[in-house]
Write a protein that binds this ligand. Structure first.
Ligand code: ADP
Ligand code: MG
Length: 728
């Protein structure tokens, strides 16, 4: 095994950057492999084109005969680009993307062959999908789930396959994927936000939620990754002593990008351009070998698809460059983990960012309306947000003193805090003309148009306002953004609906003017949602205590956090909004708790294997060398040997102690796993894995890592942290 380690390190040393070709101008290839407006104009009849655009903009249905035209145009376009196959591309609840390729090629009864792609094949497919998680919704013997075309996300060509973004639903109508509830939530926020935006501008007819994610990841050499069973199977190291140098010197962050990595990024970004993913920013992150990639923000459904696609493309291109991408939230202990900040806002069809302060008091009142409603929504549903970002891997980040804590709070900066403090003093009831003028001039009017550069950044906040958008920072790097985005858009939509009702009520019943009514409701909201606002250090123990006093949840583990997904409150919310039924929510809950248990189970097995079959035998080998040494010393020095061989003898004993502890840890862990496996109830099983099994990971690791420090480097089988993190 140690030969594998040294072989991998040597191979890595000998790597050269892979040559890449880039276009002179990225704009010249952007979207070349996407069936976008340009391509549609060229390949579709006017009717078909209008029909798709109408579906994208207004959610109208596409008539079947039109779909036949569209599929023909799409096929011709795809073939002209070299595509031979097509697939319905979807996002089942495994977290990965799924595809099953079919050739356009068909034979006719007369023996002739043609390329065919009908409207039926575009619109709906029935993958044999019995192995995707469904949480008991679909009886597997029926396996009746189907994929249906989502025209709001354009088809694209990857490799030689035409990929058609689709939803994945059971024949009984329940969602089996991430996209379906997201689309429903986006629909709801559109309606709710448009209604409120109309208070300020009658011309608003549509509001899009926007999302700009920032993808963090580690990149390590493929050979190094393959030399570690834990990285290969679990995507993270389950043991390994810290490198003497880690990220203490901050010398990697924003440093010059290593040549091999830079070529990887250039290659990746070129592919992204073809696929219409508007990537813009790349840089080194805090930890060694950690990087980040961010696009220009887009409409949320498209942005989510683009992130899923990107993760897939990243994997494939990494292989070409002899790298492995680690998306795991915490691949290495002791250095920073990876997240996926979700920058979120609302944009009107009139081109206004509803979370961007404006140049007039009225525009700022609009800004404050959406800003305060968002805060209120987070206050009401902080537990559901926490649940939406919960996963076994993200547990390593949240609350681990580097990423946001597991407590959800909102950071808004000192300037906006002052504004809200002033608004809180607004008179109850009708406002006097003097007060109104005063408010408009001195409070609302004072919000600087460009807050962007003025917002003090608070890196410890899980949900921060950053000038013209909110940034949900607690999302994990492996996550599908659809999960938190469904929740965020749903809760804000619900909040805006309530707001509209209250404001309209005051206008009608209390004969208030519109702005009086808005000020009144906002004042109440500010008072009601104070507990969620926190400007201090989110990592501190003081905040944990304070948050507890405020009644905020602090779920440190996934099994605890997930429960909010099936609380009465959450089910009522999603049912009211028509986003998910109780059955769908319970199914998802079961899938996620189940997945949690499985992941911990897998990690437990890997750790047991490495510790018992790699670490202990190596330790014994080294111990035998020591024993030989002591025996030799005894041969030469006779009874006096203990004085000379004392250190070695201590080492021998230490090694035995560690071996003993590791063995005991593994045996106890296996016993707990056995007990957990007997539990039928998914929730209880996940909890057993969390509380009873997982704690052994730390114990076993501790002793393995101690052995790593004692045993001769020459025979240590596992590629070490310094090699994984610093070999480029
Ligand atoms: P960082 O958090 O690393 O400092 P930024 O604050 O510059 O980075 O975040 C940039 C991200 O915010 C990008 O992904 C960008 O697309 C996104 N973003 C900017 N404006 C919006 C918006 N109105 N809606 C959604 N995302 C946005
Ligand atoms: Mg960010």
């Amino acid at each position: 095994m140690s030969t594998l380690r040294f072989h991998a390190v040597k191979e890595t040393f000998n790597r050269e950057p892979i040559k890449v070709t880039e276009p002179e101008r990225r704009s010249s290839i952007f979207g070349n492999n996407v069936f976008n407006e340009n391509a549609m104009r060229q390949y579709l009849t006017k009717d078909s084109y209008t029909s798709i655009m109408d579906a994208v903009e207004n959610g109208t249905k596409i008539a079947r005969p039109i779909a036949d035209h569209i599929s023909t145009g799409m096929k011709e376009w795809a073939i002209s680009k070299g595509a031979t196959h097509y697939t319905h591309w979807f996002q089942p609840l495994t977290g990965a993307t799924a595809e099953k390729h079919d050739a356009f090629f068909e034979t006719l009864s007369n023996g002739q062959t043609i390329e065919k792609f009908g409207g039926g094949q575009l619109v709906q497919q029935e993958p044999d999908a019995s192995s995707f998680p469904n949480g008991g919704i679909r009886n597997t013997f029926e396996a009746r789930g189907y994929t249906a075309w989502d025209p709001t996300s354009p088809a694209f060509i990857y490799g030689t396959t035409l990929c058609i973004p689709t939803v994945f639903v059971a024949y009984t109508g329940e969602a089996l994927d991430y996209k379906t509830p997201l689309l429903r939530a986006l629909q709801v926020i559109d309606t709710a936000a448009t209604a409120v935006a109309k208070y300020f501008d009658k011309n608003v007819t549509k509001v899009n939620a926007t999302l700009g994610w920032e993808q963090e990841y580690f990149l390590i050499d493929k050979a190094l990754a393959a030399s570690r069973p834990d990285i290969s199977l679990a995507g993270r190291t389950l043991l390994g002593h810290a490198s003497a140098k880690g990220q203490q010197l901050d010398d990697h962050y924003f440093g010059s990008i290593p040549a091999r990595v830079l070529n990887y990024m250039r290659d990746l970004e070129t592919e992204c351009m073809y696929l219409g993913i508007p990537v813009k920013t790349r840089h080194n992150e805090v930890a060694p070998n950690q990087f980040e990639l961010a696009p220009i923000f887009e409409e949320t459904n498209l942005a989510v698809d683009h992130n899923s696609l990107l993760m897939d493309v990243m994997d494939k291109i990494a292989d070409r460059h002899n790298f492995k991408v680690l998306f795991h939230e915490k691949p290495f202990a002791g250095v920073n983990g990876s997240g996926k900040h979700n920058n979120w806002s609302l944009a009107t069809n009139t081109g206004v960012n509803l979370l961007g302060p404006g140049s007039t008091p009225m525009k700022n009142l609009q800004f404050l309306t959406f800003f305060i409603n968002t805060i209120k929504a987070v206050n009401e549903h902080e537990e559901l947000i926490r649940a939406s970002i919960a996963s076994a891997s993200n547990d390593h980040r949240l609350g681990a003193n580097e990423a946001p804590p597991a407590i959800i709070s909102v950071f808004i900066g000192s300037q906006l805090t002052e504004v809200l403090d002033e608004l809180e003093k607004v008179t109850n009831g009708k406002l006097s003309p003097q007060e109104k003028t005063d408010l408009k001039l001195n409070v609302v009017g004072k919000i600087p148009e460009i807050l962007l550069d003025n917002t003090d950044r608070n890196r410890t906040s899980p949900f921060a306002f950053t000038g013209n958008k909110f940034e949900l920072r607690a999302v994990g790097s492996t996550a599908n953004c659809a999960n938190p985005m469904t929740v965020l858009n749903a809760i804000v939509a619900k909040q805006l609906m309530d707001f509209k009702k209250q404001v309209d009520g005051l206008i009608k019943d209390k004969k208030m003017k519109k702005d009086d009514a808005i000020f009144n409701v906002l004042r109440e909201y500010i008072q009601d949602s104070k507990r969620i606002r926190f400007e201090g250090d989110g990592y501190g123990e003081a905040w944990e205590k304070e948050a507890k006093k405020r009644g905020l949840s602090n779920h440190k583990t996934t099994p605890e956090a997930l429960k909010a997904k099936v609380s009465k409150k959450s089910i009522a919310l999603f049912e009211e909004l028509g986003i998910m039924s109780k059955t769908e929510m319970e199914a998802r809950y079961e899938i996620e708790t189940d997945e949690y248990a499985l992941r911990i189970q897998i990690e437990g097995r890997i750790l047991g294997d490495i510790a018992r079959n790699h670490v202990i035998p190596t330790a014994i080998r080294y111990q035998n060398i020591l024993i030989e040494n002591v025996r030799g010393i005894k041969d030469i020095y006779g009874t006096n040997f203990k004085k000379i061989a004392g250190e070695q003898m201590q080492l021998i004993e230490q090694i035995s102690k560690h071996i003993e502890n590791i063995n005991k840890g593994i045996t106890d862990m296996i016993n707990e796993r056995k007990k957990a496996n007997k539990i039928d109830d998914a929730e209880k099983k996940a909890s057993a894995y969390c509380v009873k099994v997982k704690p052994y990971f730390d114990i076993i690791r501790y002793h393995c890592d101690k052995l790593e420090l004692l045993v001769d480097d020459e025979i240590w089988p596992l590629t070490k942290y310094r090699e994984l993190l610093f070999t480029k």
